[in-house]
Design a binder for this molecule. Structure first.
Ligand SMILES: Cc1ncc(COP(=O)(O)O)c(C=O)c1O
Length: 398
């Protein structure tokens, strides 16, 4: 591979397969090797001092990473055209916390989407509150109306699109335009789409966060988060991550890099299978609503069509009547779906969800209980047969 190649012209799938594989890091091996390190040994005091003067660049100390972590960070940066750099964190929540701590100061206000992942809210309500940052939750459908919530103290707007329980799609360009006009930072939790389906930095968002635990790793065996930022914010994100002592192991970075290489083909299959199953659910009388952004009935579908390059494999359904007992009967008997938190791996999962307690700016109204599905890489027809039996158990339990 030629390190001098102009990579900006490459298409996203090519970048995913080739990014971060600098010869100086790989030594010619296809997958950047695992460089485990805490101590780095220097030839003499002069070299040790020189490394201290440039700790962001070159081997210095294990916490600042080795070529294994740099390769992954570099690849994630390349996936977000227009980005300056990426920091890695030991989980997605650590990335969210690290970014919010980098951006916000006592006295600031944060506008936080009401459909955000619950632990993101918990960080605002527990930690940010304690340091004098006020969080104001907003309706995911607010669009340009977010201008009405901005004050002189508003420092950042946090988006998660679509919301990972209820799948409302946000008007990212409208919110970015309001934020830019007022000098407010925009931060997105881009875990559902990944930069392959929503190149957020290129759309003007300042900081794009991924729970790499999900689709980047792709095999349900590593916890990791990342924050990719534009030139205006990257240095601050990096300094705060260093101050917090954030780092990931070379072994985990290796696994995440390995997962990343197949992201584009995995996502394509997740999308195709999930859509087939979502459309099948739409025709079932036991199901009141299917919350999948690629379906015209989903709130924000037009925005999804305009801004996204596809869909991933996570969506929810709302049952037509029934209760928690009937929902448990459906889920408990599934043979091919695991029951568990997380998503983004190759396996299918089912999770009972109740959004009501984690809303404050909007009210969750539903015809019955809700279930979130992650559709994995199994044959969708086998999954449909499993779900069909699940719907029969649901009906029998009513
Ligand atoms: C949308 C979203 N963001 C962030 C996270 C947090 O990632 P992690 O579990 O790696 O901390 C999750 C985890 O489920 C998530 O679903």
């Amino acid at each position: 591979m030629n390190d001098e190649q102009d990579r900006t012209a490459l298409r996203p799938a090519t970048r995913v397969a080739t990014a971060g594989r600098r010869k100086e890091w790989t030594q010619g091996i296809v997958n950047p090797p695992v460089w485990r390190a805490s101590t780095i040994l220097f030839d003499d005091v002069a070299h040790l001092r020189a490394s201290t003067r440039r700790p962001n660049d070159g081997l210095y100390y294990g916490r600042r990473g080795t070529p294994t972590q740099w390769s992954l960070a570099d690849a994630l940066t390349e996936m977000e055209p227009g980005a300056e750099g990426t920091m890695l964190y030991p989980s997605g929540v650590a990335a969210i916390a690290g970014v919010l701590l980098a951006v916000l100061e006592p006295g600031d206000e944060l506008l936080m989407v009401d459909s955000a992942y619950e632990p993101s809210r918990a960080f605002c309500d527990n930690v940010l509150k304690k340091i004098g940052v006020t969080t104001i939750y907003y309706d995911p459908a607010i669009g340009a109306g977010i201008a009405d919530l901005c004050t002189d103290r508003t420092k950042a707007i946090f988006l998660e699109s679509p919301g990972s329980l209820t799948f409302e799609v946000q008007d990212v360009p409208a919110i970015v335009a309001v934020a830019k006009a007022r000098g407010i930072a925009t931060i997105i939790d881009n875990t559902w789409a990944t930069p392959l389906l929503l190149p957020a930095i290129g759309m003007g968002v300042d900081i794009s966060i991924l729970a790499c635990t999900k689709y980047i790793v792709g095999h349900s065996d590593v916890m990791m988060g990342s924050a990719t930022a534009n030139a205006a914010w990257f240095d601050r994100i990096r300094r705060t991550a260093h101050s917090l002592g954030q780092c990931v192991s070379a072994d985990d970075a290796y696994l995440a890099s390995r997962g990343l290489r197949t992201l584009s083909v995995r996502l394509r299959q997740h999308e195709e299978s999930a859509l087939k199953i979502a459309r099948w659910f739409e025709g079932r009388p036991e199901v009141a609503r299917v919350l999948h952004p690629a379906l015209p009935s989903c709130p924000g579908h037009d925005l999804w069509r305009r801004d996204f390059r596809g869909a991933s494999g996570l969506f929810s359904i709302v049952m037509q009547g029934g209760d928690d007992k009937a929902r448990s009967a459906l889920i408990d008997g599934l043979a091919l779906f695991g029951i568990g938190y997380s998503w983004g791996g190759y396996e299918s999962l089912a999770l009972p969800v109740d959004p009501s307690p984690v809303r404050s700016a909007t009210k969750w109204q539903a015809e019955g209980p809700a279930i979130r599905f992650h559709i994995g890489l199994e044959d969708p027809d086998d999954l449909i047969a499993d779900l069909e039996a699940g719907l029969a158990r649901y009906a029998a339990a009513l």
